[in-house]
Design a protein around this ligand. Structure first.
Ligand code: GTQ
Length: 347
């Protein structure tokens, strides 16, 4: 594998001839198709939130959320420019909803996650249930559920969007529709899904068909408590510090079928052992500060900064203060297809 095939005039003539018949010779492309290890165009990168906030504020003067449908700045991986991808399989953007804005109701095959970065008290409604948003909250919009966003507070609200747009694109299975009403009707009381599914109790006979968690909001207050309690027991993993996955209470699987979501705590002074995995991962810091080394590059992060780790590159994190990182990747898909691999170095 991976040896260049010698080119001769006879061979070139042959390639030209078959090209007209929509045929090509595998032996010229084999090495690029089947690589001994992942070779991705995806590159490591970090976006400073303060820079994004300034540009979003400027965008706010140019277009309303209603006209834009979604006022979002797409985080484009530098190795994948023009494709609206942060990794080969995932999309990310930062969305701003200012006081009085309405991002009108629509629905689509693509699943979305929101990780709230700044602001407090704006709302997102998913299939008739409204939830308020606070920094650190992780909120899910499952495939084909109606969703709209609004802000009745006095401050702009910013969150990180993560969607499986490239996955849906790959499978050519995108469907989308808008609604006649900008804001959908509220049909369930606030907190309904959590009350029904969030207390280690499940309806005894109801069989849901969705593969997405019935809990669509994972408030930071709960996440933080889970981390704080676990922290007290000193169970630190050499590669991850203290890392938890958001789970679907019905199945114990990831909260979303196509995107795995995680929260992790790194205490002040902690330096992780090197780690690599096949799921390119997007990180957003919510608390603390530190730096992450990806391959031979180092990225300094603080609250609300976003960075991306490509597939199979060595990563180490180092925290200067007690830090909390949210992250997401396509791990659920890779695991279901028996493709996921990880390497903990010698740790
Ligand atoms: O909020 O529904 O960043 O449909 C991209 C597509 C957000 C959304 C994005 C979307 C949304």
């Amino acid at each position: 594998m991976d040896h260049a095939i010698r080119r001769t005039p006879e061979r070139e003539a042959f390639y030209k001839k078959i090209d007209g018949e929509n045929l090509s010779a595998l032996w010229n492309v084999m090495g690029d198709l089947i690589t001994p290890e992942p070779k991705s165009a995806c590159r490591p990168h970090l976006w400073k939130f303060d820079v994004i906030r300034d540009y979003m504020t400027e965008a706010g003067k140019l277009i309303t959320a209603k006209e834009a449908e979604r006022r979002v700045l797409v985080l484009e991986n530098p190795g994948l420019r023009g494709q609206s991808k942060i990794t080969t399989s995932l999309y990310a953007g930062v969305q701003m909803v200012v006081p009085g804005d309405i991002a009108p109701a629509h629905r689509h095959s693509q699943s979305a996650l929101r990780f709230v970065l700044e602001g407090k008290g704006a709302h997102t409604t998913v299939d008739g249930e409204c939830t308020s948003m606070e920094p650190g909250d992780f909120i899910i919009t499952p495939s084909m559920t109606w969703h709209d966003h609004s802000n009745e507070t006095n401050e702009p609200m910013f969150w990180l969007d993560g969607l499986d747009i490239p996955v849906v694109q790959f499978f050519d299975c995108s469907f989308a529709e808008g609604s006649k009403e900008d804001l959908q009707m509220i049909t369930r009381p606030a907190g309904d899904s959590f009350a029904r599914y969030g207390h280690n109790l499940l309806p005894v006979d109801v069989k849901r068909t969705s593969k997405t968690s019935p809990i669509f909001s994972y408030p930071y207050a709960h996440t933080r408590e889970a981390l704080e309690k676990a922290k007290a027991r000193d169970e630190w993993d050499a590669c991850h510090g203290l890392k938890l996955k958001f789970s679907n209470p019905e199945t114990g699987d990831f909260a979303m079928p196509t995107i795995g979501t995680f929260i992790q705590m790194l205490p002040a002074g902690f330096k992780t052992a090197r780690y690599r995995s096949t799921d390119a991962t997007v990180f957003a810091a919510i608390e603390g500060k530190g730096r992450t080394r990806i391959g031979d590059q180092t990225f300094e992060w603080g609250p609300r900064d976003v960075f991306v780790v490509p597939s199979w590159q060595w990563v180490t994190h180092e925290a200067d203060a007690d830090s909390v990182l949210f992250s997401f990747s396509d791990r659920p898909v890779q695991q279901k297809l028996d493709l996921f691999r990880e390497d903990r170095g010698n740790a």
